[in-house]
Design a protein around this ligand. Structure first.
Ligand SMILES: [Cu+2]
Length: 163
C-alpha cells in the first residue's frame, strides 16, 4: 500500500507539471501593485548598461507612478522610454516617471518602456537574479529581482515562466 501511494503521488506531480509553468512566472506585490515576470538580458564583458522588463499592474482606484530605482548591480537605475523617431530608435529618460493607471497595467518590454541599469558593476550572468528596488510615488519602495535571460529571450516568454 505504501509503495502504491508513493506511485500515485509521483503520477499526480507529473500530471501537474505542465500547468505549473505559467505559475512559475514570479510576481512581487505591494499595496495595489503587482510586478510580474521581471527580467533582463545577459550582458557581455565591458557592456555598461542593461534593460529591465516587467509588467506593472495597479488594482487600485488611484494612479501610481514609477519614479526611479536603485540596484546593487549598477551605479544607477533610470526609467526610460524607447520609440522610433525618423527611422531611428531613441531612448529617453522619463524624468517625470512612468504613470501606472488605476485598474490598469503598463508593460515594460524591449523596444518600449524599460528600466535602465546604468554603470553595471559586473556582467549580468545567464540564470542569475538581479535585485532592484523600484520607487513608486504611492506604493513606495518595492523590492524585485530580474531574472537574467539569454540575449534572444522575448517578453512573451517571460509571462510563461522563464527562469
Ligand atoms: Cu534605456
Amino acid at each position: 500500500m505504501r509503495i502504491r501511494s508513493i506511485a500515485i503521488a509521483v503520477t499526480a506531480a507529473l500530471a501537474l507539471a505542465p500547468l505549473a509553468a505559467p505559475v512559475a512566472a514570479r510576481a512581487f506585490r505591494k499595496g495595489d501593485l503587482t510586478i510580474s515576470a521581471p527580467w533582463t538580458r545577459q550582458t557581455a564583458a565591458g557592456q555598461s548598461v542593461g534593460g529591465g522588463f516587467m509588467i506593472i499592474a495597479n488594482s487600485g482606484v488611484q494612479a501610481d507612478q514609477l519614479v526611479d530605482g536603485t540596484s546593487p548591480a549598477a551605479e544607477r537605475v533610470e526609467i526610460h522610454s524607447m520609440s522610433l523617431e525618423g527611422g531611428v530608435m531613441r531612448m529617453r529618460h522619463l524624468n517625470g516617471g512612468l504613470a501606472i493607471p488605476p485598474r490598469g497595467s503598463v508593460a515594460l518590454a524591449p523596444g518600449g518602456y524599460h528600466i535602465m541599469l546604468i554603470g553595471l558593476k559586473r556582467p549580468l550572468a545567464l540564470g542569475a537574479r538581479v535585485p532592484v528596488t523600484l520607487h513608486f510615488r504611492r506604493a513606495g519602495r518595492v523590492e524585485i529581482s530580474l531574472a537574467v535571460e539569454s540575449v534572444a529571450f522575448q517578453a512573451s516568454e517571460a509571462q510563461h515562466g522563464g527562469h
